[in-house]
Design a binder for this molecule. Structure first.
Ligand SMILES: [Zn+2]
Length: 269
């Protein structure tokens, strides 16, 4: 539960006076956020919450020991409307999740901490988190940001292909971190028809600038979009480590980032 230097890397060890010290030292609050949703027949519902918490803990362990950080309790629920209908999925509406995250950030600010990062591991959350971080900036001046950890630079896999949900990436990382939580045998590819749905359309796609919102039930029979059977624990461990290292770099930079006040064009030399 602590890094090598004894610093808490998870939420349960903090006490109020230590947060006052962290605030005085200009700490960054680290908020893991995931989802609790179906992940096919082989991965736990809590996969995204587990990954968010593990990414945050691993990144904090990699930071310099004197860099002040406060790791908050993981927000396990996310915006999972794309998986509603698959048993076990618990989804917060976008308005509820926005309210929860805004209230958490406001409490962080009330503790005297002005920098915060949402360490996200669920693909349905980032747009909402980016919007609320900008609103926090406008309303309070707080410097809050969000990072979708699974999209951070990792290691080349040489495989490619569609890998959106419960597929090679998530299965590989879970095999590396928590193999006992991955049910065997691994299912085969599913949901790959998501791309074919847009055959014959020049502009519309499942993602990008002209994305058509999809539900998992639109494209996948078993709840997976990708190929879990291609999972590889060794590759998952390398991906996780590379991405946690990138995340540590981001947290370190956020701890010292400041906007430079704009210069009045009339006084510019
Ligand atoms: Zn997931």
């Amino acid at each position: 539960m602590t890094g090598g230097d004894g610093r808490p890397t998870r939420w349960s060890l903090d006490r109020s006076p230590s947060i006052a010290q962290l605030a005085a030292a200009g700490a960054v609050a680290v908020q893991p956020i995931g989802a609790y949703e179906q992940h096919g027949p082989h991965l736990p519902l809590a996969t995204d919450a587990i990954l968010a918490e593990e990414f945050a803990a691993a990144a904090v362990t990699k930071l310099a020991g004197d860099l002040p950080v406060w790791v908050l309790p993981t927000i396990a629920y996310g915006a999972s409307s794309e998986h509603v209908g698959f048993p076990g999925t618990i989804s917060l509406s976008s308005s509820t999740l926005t309210a929860v995250c805004t209230d958490v950030a406001s409490s962080v600010l009330a503790s005297g901490i002005h920098r915060m990062i949402f360490v996200n591991a669920h693909g349905g959350n980032p747009e909402l988190l980016q919007l609320l971080c900008r609103e926090l900036r406008a309303a309070t001046g707080m410097l809050a940001m969000t990072v979708h950890a699974p999209s951070l630079p990792g290691v080349e896999d040489g495989v490619g292909g569609i890998d959106v949900h419960g597929g090679r990436y998530e299965t590989s990382v879970m095999l590396a971190l928590m193999p006992e939580a991955v049910a065997q045998p691994l299912p085969g590819p599913d949901g790959l028809g998501i791309a074919a749905s847009f055959d014959g359309f020049e502009h519309l796609a499942a993602g990008g600038v002209a994305a058509v919102p999809w539900l998992t039930s639109d494209v996948s029979a078993g709840g997976v979009i990708g190929d879990p059977s291609a999972a590889d624990a060794e590759w998952g461990a390398a991906m996780f480590d590379a991405q946690a290292t990138a995340l540590a770099g981001i947290i370190g930079e956020l701890s010292r980032f400041q906007y430079r006040p704009p210069t009045d064009p009339g006084t510019q030399q």
